[in-house]
Design a protein around this ligand. Structure first.
Ligand code: GDP
Length: 472
């Protein structure tokens, strides 16, 4: 509940609690003081409310179990390469009865919804394979309700089939097996069924609880049978969501479109997303300017299990990032700034980073009295000159120490050395290689570039004297 209301992942809250020595599970109850501590940590301001506010429904956001409105199942298609995942997704697209008059599914947005003749809907994630599926899961987004495991009838269980089974099981998503390519003369569905037994996938015919459907994506055989199996499984799962609350969703895909700016496909998990809503997704935020479905139709709103493209974000968020509606632009800015900051800190290894600003802080608080630096210069002569001048700087309290000085471009091994010495790199008339730059970004090693010796020395003088002058 706290995670939902703060639009912060539950695992991040649990991790923070663990650091405080509190071992908690996702549904455990924490007391008000702890909740306030958590809120603080994630950059939120807490407003304490009285019991009567709570009773008046002020905090009465219901969780999914209490929701009563059925929602469409969200289905992912997995399986071994070439077994027909893409073909099956294409074939299923054509089963949409709503496509007739509206012109059909015209654009790939990362997910699409088909409507059945009976009036039900099924949402398919349009990125086959488990790479996308696990990428989302590592971000904590469990959007998939049901996994369709595609196995080619002429090929049987293969390594990626097994991997897909493991992924589905880890995510707790029930599997429906689609034995594909049954149109082929050498198709042997029974062999597939037998092979699957080894992985505890037991068909209903053998007394198990897995639905196994034989299809052909190519000749579009028994696609309605597959949809029926999905609807049956969904019914068993009793999938519900509350469409009334403010929307929460997950980013499925995002890109920077030349004409339209950042575009993100969001799968709404609960609530209803509306045009004009202010949303936050990771470190991106914006006012939803337009909602578009896979038929390129403008929508005014999208409810649970509906995938929509949204326009109006300030940048493209990453897939798997949760999206939530917030009450104001100020709130959205506050949240995204906080997230951008923590992302930066994480990317640069937090407190271990090697930047001059950090060093100044440490020196200022007398944690270190030496400023280690690594110098790379175009010619050995200028490196020596810089080293000589730097070593004359400072006094008994603080001074610069050159851990290494060499000629040539900045390389990965320079970055590694700088990292282990806790030193920033000063580049004089040299640049860093792409690999070195990436490594420095990852390791949080600062690289400063100079073309004039005076500028370099002036900069270092500033750093040292900044430390000399007591901060308080
Ligand atoms: P993916 O790698 O799992 O996405 O597999 P594809 O959808 O790209 O299909 C791989 C190959 O199998 C393609 O050449 C398809 O035309 C073919 N294929 C897919 N489904 C069927 C089917 O039901 N019957 C037959 N005969 N071929 C199929």
């Amino acid at each position: 509940e706290l995670s939902n209301r703060m639009a912060v992942r539950g695992v991040d809250i649990i991790k923070f609690l663990m650091k405080q020595g509190l071992m908690m599970k996702i549904n455990d109850v924490i007391d008000t003081d702890t909740a306030e501590l958590v809120a603080d940590e994630f950059g939120m301001t807490v407003r304490r409310v009285s019991e009567s506010d709570v009773e008046a429904g002020f905090l009465s956001d219901d969780i999914d179990e209490e929701a009563t409105t059925p929602r469409a199942p969200v289905v992912a298609i997995m399986g071994h390469v070439d077994h027909g995942k893409t073909s099956l997704l294409d074939a299923l697209r054509t089963t949409d009865v709503a496509s007739g008059e509206a012109g059909g599914i015209t654009q790939h947005i990362g997910a699409y919804q088909v409507r059945t003749p009976g009036g039900d809907a099924v949402t398919f994630l349009d990125t086959p394979g488990h790479a996308a599926f696990s990428a989302m899961r590592t971000r904590g987004a469990n959007v998939t309700d049901i996994v369709i495991l595609v196995v080619a009838a002429d090929d049987g269980v293969m390594p990626q089939t097994i991997e897909s089974i493991q992924h589905a099981k880890a995510a707790g998503a029930p599997i429906i097996v689609a034995i594909n390519k049954v149109d082929k003369p050498d198709a042997d569905p029974q062999k597939v069924i037998n092979e699957l037994l080894q992985y505890e996938i037991i068909g209903e015919a053998l007394g198990g609880d897995t639905q196994i459907v034989e299809v052909s994506a190519k000749s579009k055989t028994n696609l309605d049978g597959l949809i029926e199996a999905i609807l049956l499984q969904a019914e068993v799962m009793d999938l519900k969501a509350d469409p009334e609350r403010s929307a929460e969703g997950v980013v499925i895909e995002a890109k920077l479109d030349k004409g339209r700016g950042p575009v993100a496909t969001v799968l709404v998990k609960r609530g209803t997303l509306r045009r004009g809503d202010i949303v936050v997704a990771g470190s991106a935020w914006g006012k939803v300017r337009a909602l578009l479905n896979e038929r390129n139709e403008q929508l005014t709103e999208a409810g649970p299990s509906v995938p929509v493209e949204i326009l109006g974000l300030d940048e493209a968020p990453s897939p798997g990032e949760p999206l939530a509606v917030v009450e104001s632009e100020a709130r959205a800015r506050e949240l995204t700034e906080y997230r951008a900051r923590t992302k930066r800190e994480k990317a640069t290894g937090g407190i271990n980073q090697v930047s001059l600003v950090d060093m100044m802080a440490k020196l200022g608080s007398k944690k270190i009295s030496e400023l280690p630096v690594l110098i790379k210069s175009d010619v050995q002569g200028s490196g020596e000159a810089i080293q000589g001048s730097l070593e004359k700087m400072g006094n008994d309290e603080v001074r610069a120490r050159v851990v290494y000085s060499g000629a040539g471009g900045i390389t990965e091994s320079d970055v590694q050395l700088a990292k282990s010495a806790g030193a920033p790199i000063l580049g004089f008339n040299v640049r860093a290689s792409k690999q070195a730059k990436d490594l420095a970004d990852r390791e949080g090693v600062e690289i400063r570039y100079y073309a004039i010796i005076y500028d370099l020395l002036d900069d270092m003088k500033g750093v040292l004297s900044g430390m000399l002058a007591p901060l308080q």
